[in-house]
Write a protein that binds this ligand. Sequence first.
Ligand code: TPP
Ligand code: MG
Length: 275
Amino acid sequence: MVQFVEPQLHELADNCKRMRQWILTTTNKAGSGHPGGSLSAVEVMAVLYMKIMRVDPENPDWDRRDYFFLSKGHAAPVLYAALAERGFFPAEELMTLRQAGSRLHGHPSSECTPGVDISSGSLGQGLSIANGVALAARLKGTEQRAYVLLGDGEIQEGQVWEAAMTSAHYKLDNVCAIVDYNRLQLDGPVDEVKTLGSLRAKWEAFGWNAIEIDGHHLQEIYNSFEKAKEVKGRPTVILAHTVKGKGVSFMENQVGWHGVAPNDEQLEIALKELR
Ligand SMILES: Cc1ncc(C[n+]2csc(CCOP(=O)(O)OP(=O)(O)O)c2C)c(N)n1
Ligand SMILES: [Mg+2]
């Protein structure tokens, strides 16, 4: 297995820092958006887009690409930041987030934005779509993989578990789900709203290979994706333990930062912390 050497880690850490800056500045400019669940997913998204997925920014619709489905569509700012880092569109365009006429809607649209593989925002649907493209890849005989990022609150949706059974039933080892396990949802701690219990045991009981990691540790994230590729006959879920609002002291673990943009003063403090 490839181990990162220092310069690569530095590069990825730089990607992550810039992505956090974009999440904060673009939601501030828009005056709305979802920073908390975007910040928790930065490292996972950076590793996926910079190191793992086979995509072609020059040809976003390349028919042999790996797919990524942002099932927790409210985290659009982190998806856009990752796409810009990977070169799908110029980073300056990020500042048009949520503006009239922009390609960067508040929730992702596959109709508008290069590199966006599904329109999402209505929670619960991404894994079903991943199953569809994974089955199609099998029929086509290609090596394509389908990645899907789920929220921990999101997986209270029944459709997720129907889809989980489907992936296991069809032995879709080209499906890899990641749960952004930040323990908060829109209106409170996940455990208080509707507990997930033993999440690992649940996925395993549904026939999945489960890997638990620190979702901010670049090396662990990379290794988990590489391990998932080696697992045959079963889909893999990566339970990524994360911190909602990661990187900004006053946002970390605060449910109130789910869907509120920082004002100018808060932005300044946050950017200073990131520097
Ligand atoms: C079907 C559906 N129900 C409700 C919502 C409203 N909503 C948006 S985000 C959210 C909370 C999601 O929590 P989680 O999945 O934990 O997201 P994260 O913590 O990663 O931001 C809810 C209830 C929605 N978008 N779709
Ligand atoms: Mg959550």
